[in-house]
Design a binder for this molecule. Structure first.
Ligand SMILES: Cc1ncc(COP(=O)(O)O)c(C=O)c1O
Length: 456
């Protein structure tokens, strides 16, 4: 294998990594090609074995290579970057790169249950009647809506029937569909939690739906005073990003407000399956199914790239949202829907979620442990849940400086200020997504993060 390497000085590993990446990108190393063992390549090139192992590890993390016990290291079949933003952030000019992505938002993509998904896809396609491949109900395949109704009732306490479900391209499309429909139902403004993702706010604003702001404290969104809006978008099971759970009293208040005023609650249940200290609280939707749109997604349990999500709608919104979905894209891909339906009914979804729950729980514990040992001046807050945690920095520290120090160590993190939808009034903090690095990279990611915080 001629890698055209010029290996010298401290950039040996970076050079090897760049050469391998280039060889894969340009097709010189074809998908499936088995690479030499790290020992053999190191001996060949006259460099340390560690350098080769680390270069392989990095390229596995980026999705160019795969490593399986017994099968060695190979060029990935679909050699494509696992995280486009992370690879874009890389630069070759001697600038340190983003190697360890601790930004919130993604599950561990290297843990996607490929073989289970493939067998579900095979089974679903073999069993599907021909008409299932044609144009169908814009709400989605009945097989999937039935599977989801059962799963959501069992796992999240949602009161769902298949005819109230619209399958969509993630929460993102679900919200966009609602934004088209809500103005016609008397909603002029939607209230959102004052800390959250900017994207939904942009979607709401583009439809002229506000937003109004709700404060957030230790009990989740503050509902006293009640919002000056006809609808609110909440993350009740795990406030994003502050990690609080909506208190039982506020859940009841929210349901009462909606039922009493005809208001609407959009419940973004993005990571409700992941609770580590107790059974997850059930969906708020069950308290007022005619006033709550429950929104779920496969983006945290499986992978965002699937673009699979679902809305469970109050009766009065079903037709209008179905029409909006029909206009937007006709329907979500029936093959993906049939596969997910099979994946759920076969029990693979539950098995996968159980496995990931265990993994993410351990990662969170290790994050707590690493910070307690190496950066005792910071404090992790939020309930034991989800795929991210907020790490509060001592007063007076600068979020951007800590983020920059982490970046200089190849670690991408975000400051809480990135999620302030109005003024950032809280103390400095980081939002750490602990699920996204592949397992083999997590130890180093934590060590580098702790070093970046500690060396204030
Ligand atoms: C708070 C929140 N809601 C929803 C989503 C999921 O969006 P989608 O289903 O469009 O991938 C995310 C993903 O990052 C999120 O952080």
């Amino acid at each position: 294998m001629d890698l055209h390497l010029e290996l010298s000085g401290h950039r040996v590993r970076a050079g090897l990594e760049a050469a391998l990446r280039n060889a894969v990108q340009t097709g010189r190393l074809a998908p499936g090609t088995r690479l030499p063992s790290s020992r053999a390549l190191a001996a060949d090139l006259g460099i340390a074995r560690n350098s080769v192992a680390e270069a392989y590890g990095q390229l596995v993390a980026e999705g160019w290579l795969t490593a399986r016990q017994g099968a060695g290291t190979r060029v990935a079949d679909a050699a494509a970057p696992a995280r486009a933003p992370a690879t874009e952030a890389q630069s070759s000019g001697g600038i340190l790169r983003v190697r360890y992505d601790l930004r919130p938002g993604s599950p561990d993509l290297s843990a996607f249950p490929r073989s289970w998904w493939l067998s579900a896809a095979r089974k679903a396609l073999s069993a599907a009647p021909s008409h299932a491949l044609g144009y169908g109900d814009p709400r989605g395949r009945p097989e999937l809506r039935t599977a989801l109704a059962g799963y959501l009732a069992r796992a999240r306490g949602v009161r769902a029937s298949p005819d109230r479900i619209v399958v969509c391209a993630g929460f993102t499309q679900g919200l966009a569909l609602l934004c088209q429909v809500l103005p016609g139902t008397g909603v002029a403004r939607v209230a959102v939690e004052e800390y959250g993702r900017p994207d939904p706010v942009r979607t709401l604003a583009a439809s002229g739906l506000g937003p109004a702001m709700l404060s957030v404290d230790g009990g989740g969104a503050v509902l006293d005073p009640l919002p000056a809006a006809e609808a609110m978008l909440l993350t009740p099971a795990h406030q994003f990003p502050l990690g609080r759970v909506l208190s039982p009293r506020r859940r009841a208040d929210a349901a009462r407000w909606a039922a009493g005023t005809g208001g609407l609650i959009i419940e973004d249940d993005y990571d409700g399956e992941f609770r580590y200290d107790r059974q997850p609280v059930g969906a708020l939707q069950a308290l007022a199914p005619e006033h709550v749109v429950y929104a779920g997604t496969a983006s945290k349990t499986l992978a965002p790239g699937l673009r699979l999500g679902w809305l469970v709608l109050p009766g009065h919104l079903v037709d209008a949202v179905t029409d909006a979905k029909a206009m937007a894209d006709g329907q979500t891909s029936s093959l993906e829907q049939l596969t997910l339906a099979e994946f759920i009914t076969s029990g693979a979804y539950d098995r996968h979620v159980r496995r990931e729950r265990l993994d993410y729980r351990r990662r969170r514990d290790r994050l707590i442990d690493a910070l307690a040992r190496h950066a005792p001046s910071v404090r992790l807050t939020g309930i034991a849940a989800g795929l991210h945690a907020v790490v509060e920095l001592p007063r007076g520290w600068s979020e951007p400086q800590v983020v920059a120090r982490a970046a200089a160590r190849g670690v991408a993190v975000e400051g809480l200020g990135d999620y302030a939808l109005r003024d950032h009034t809280r103390g400095p903090a980081l939002v750490i997504g602990y699920a996204s690095p592949p397992g083999h990279a997590y130890t180093t990611a934590l060590a580098r993060l702790a070093a970046a915080i500690q060396n204030q």
